[in-house]
Structures are given as structure tokens and as C-alpha cells.
Write a protein that binds this ligand. Sequence first.
Ligand code: CMP
Length: 140
Amino acid sequence: MSGNRTFTMIKPDAVASGYIGAILDQICGAGFKIVAMKYTKLSAEKAGEFYAVHKARPFYGELVDFMSSGPIVAAVLEKDNAVEDFRKLIGATNPAEAEAGTIRAKFAKNIGENAVHGSDSDENAAIESAFHFAGTEMFA
Ligand code: CMP
């Protein structure tokens, strides 16, 4: 059975463009409940740790630089079938391929600066949530 929580970050490009409110509005309007939220900034070390799974990829350095370039909004979201439904809501990694109306189609700049992150599995949702939040910072 699929889980009911996912993890997201509104990335530095979308924060800098003033899209926090519009993105949260779309997320909440799609039925996700915010169970944890933080406005913060990742150090290069923390960004590298978060995306360590991509260490061997050619874009890793660029990704770490970008994700530590400015503030982000990190959040844990709750909804039935959260991981899959959230990935549908945000659209493809590359905004040029994202379905019209999705968050990335509306707010992302390019495949690197793509407005939001969404966990790709229930297991990673739990790992990524715990990376940013203590249990005492989540409110069901
Ligand atoms: P995200 O869903 O946060 O997970 C990994 C991130 O790596 C992805 O979004 C993009 O921001 C980034 N990424 C993936 N593919 C590329 C690429 N080809 N070039 C640059 N960045 C990429």
C-alpha cells in the first residue's frame, strides 16, 4: 500500500521569483495538508548530502551550487497516495516536458532550476523528511 506523506522543497529559483505563495496555494488546493514547513537555506555541504544519490551525475556540482544559492521552503505534505499524486502535480523534471498546468510547467525555468522537488518513493519521502525535520516539528 502506498504511503500518505511526501517531502518537497520550493527551490531557490522559485523563491527568488516570488512564487512561494502561488506554489503553496496550488499544493493546498490539490488537497495536500502541510504537516511540517521551514523557510531555510542549505549550505553547500547539506545540499551535497541531500542529493548524494546524484554524486556521479555530470550535473551534481551545478545542482549543489544552485540548491545552496538562496533560501528554500522545505515541507512535509500529507494526502492519500502522496508521492505519486505530488509528482503528477509538479510535472516532469524538465519543465519543457511538463504537462500544462503543472507546477513546473508554470513556474520552473529549466531542468536544473525547476522550481520544486518531490520525493520519488515512500522510502525517500521518509528519509528526506527526516533530513530536514525532527519528529517534534511535524504535526499530523
Ligand atoms: P529534483 O526532482 O530535485 O531531483 C534531482 C534534481 O537534479 C532535479 O530535480 C533537477 O533539479 C536536477 N537535474 C536533473 N537532471 C538534470 C540535468 N540534466 N541537468 C541539470 N540538473 C538536473
